[in-house]
Write a protein that binds this ligand. Structure first.
Ligand SMILES: C[S@@+](CC[C@H](N)C(=O)[O-])C[C@H]1O[C@@H](n2cnc3c(N)ncnc32)[C@H](O)[C@@H]1O
Length: 361
């Protein structure tokens, strides 16, 4: 039977499962879940095999919050022999279908990390063998089909496919970012990943360019401010805590020790609002929508902290709150949320208005 395999942060399998089941049902696709607890893997077994391709075509991965990557299975779990693993994989795959790229993947666990060395080694002869039979073609454009080989151990693999245009370009959906040594906190990687994830490459030059003004709520010690400064922006950082000296010395940062819920900008020239305040997610959600509707900023990137039980329900409620506020003002908008790799008990949301607020004065 065919399944969709989804990769998420270990510990968030329940949320990832609930979400795929619900969003598949919107497309009249049904199945049952198998959660691989603490492995960051969710198997969504489909009642109708043909629904796998339909789901990969109809549901954009970027609409899923908790899934980093996904594929539809071509085989069940295959037991591999100790020798001739390449042959066994080629045989299981057959020669009917062609793929434009090979993704060697593992669960995002410590065991998975030690397996990845084995995967790297195996990928060379496997690639060669698949090329020989033309099962693996030249890496092409965005229309391709990726072949996923998910190794659960050195002896067990699942094979599957995803469409290049509707999957993450990163192995297991994980972008490996380098921690910049000048950043005052590791949180910096969250905003770096958020910009990579939500802002298309060809729009970064205009939407993330130098000279833009930004406000960072809950900024101390300055990991997020650092990402804005390094892109040449002028930043107003709001936090009662101290900001790193190195950032203040750039001359690009103004720091105010005030409450992020009370601060409002003097001029309407702020492009980015970013917010990493540790606060009730519904409070943050409401504040972000108010900033956008008041025209205080053009785009907002923020984290919703999720330390509670019922995290998927909480996220749905918070996103709905924002959407309802936008709908009430009859504005067009864009909103996406993702549980990013560098996020922990939180998700990142990007929102912007696509039409102006028409005030009745
Ligand atoms: C997770 S830390 C932010 C880390 C920061 N993004 C970085 O990269 O270094 C959360 C910050 O939010 C601040 N904070 C919490 N509530 C706040 C409020 N109401 N107004 C301003 N800052 C607040 C805290 O002082 C804390 O420094």
């Amino acid at each position: 039977m065919t399944a969709i395999v989804l990769y998420c942060r270990p510990g968030f399998e329940k949320e990832c499962g609930a979400e795929i089941q619900e969003k598949a049902a919107w497309n009249e696709i049904y199945g049952y879940l198998e959660l691989s607890k603490k492995q960051g893997l969710v198997y969504f077994h489909l009642h109708q095999s043909e629904d796998a391709e339909k789901l990969l075509q109809k549901l954009p991965l970027k609409r899923l919050i908790f899934a980093r990557q996904w594929f539809a299975t071509v085989t069940d779990k295959i037991e591999l022999p100790e020798y001739n693993r390449v042959e066994a994989i080629c045989e299981a795959l057959g020669e009917e279908w062609q793929y434009s790229d090979l993704r060697m993947e593992t669960p995002d666990t410590n065991d998975g990390k030690s397996l990845s060395k084995f995967c790297r080694k195996l990928s060379v002869p496997l690639r060669q063998a698949l090329r020989k039979t033309k099962v693996l073609t030249e890496k092409g454009n965005n229309d391709g089909v990726n072949l996923h080989a998910l190794f659960l151990s050195g002896q067990q693999v699942i094979l599957g496919y995803s469409f290049t245009h509707n999957s993450s370009e990163h192995i297991m959906g994980i972008p490996r970012l380098k921690f910049p040594s000048q950043s005052p906190s590791r949180s910096t990687l969250k905003l770096d990943e958020a910009f990579l994830n939500f802002i298309p490459k060809d729009e970064r030059e205009t939407r993330l360019t130098s000279g833009l003004r930004a406000v960072d709520l809950g900024a101390a010690p300055g990991g997020w401010t650092y990402q804005l400064v390094r892109r040449g922006m002028m930043v107003t950082s709001i936090d009662n805590g101290p900001m790193a000296e190195s950032l203040m010395e750039t001359g690009q940062v103004k720091h105010y020790m005030v409450d992020g819920f009370k601060y409002t900008p003097m001029k309407q020239n702020v492009y980015w609002l970013v917010c990493d305040m540790i606060e009730k997610p519904s409070r943050v959600a409401k504040l972000m929508a108010q900033w956008l509707l008041n025209g205080y900023c053009k785009e907002a990137m923020f984290n919703l902290k999720l330390p509670m039980k019922g995290r998927y329900q909480e996220v749905q409620k918070d996103l709905q709150l924002i959407k309802d506020m936008f709908t009430k003002e009859h504005v067009k908008y864009e909103i996406y949320a993702k549980h990013l790799y560098y996020d922990r008990e939180e998700i990142t949301v990007h929102a912007r208005l696509l039409s102006p607020v028409l005030r009745k004065d």
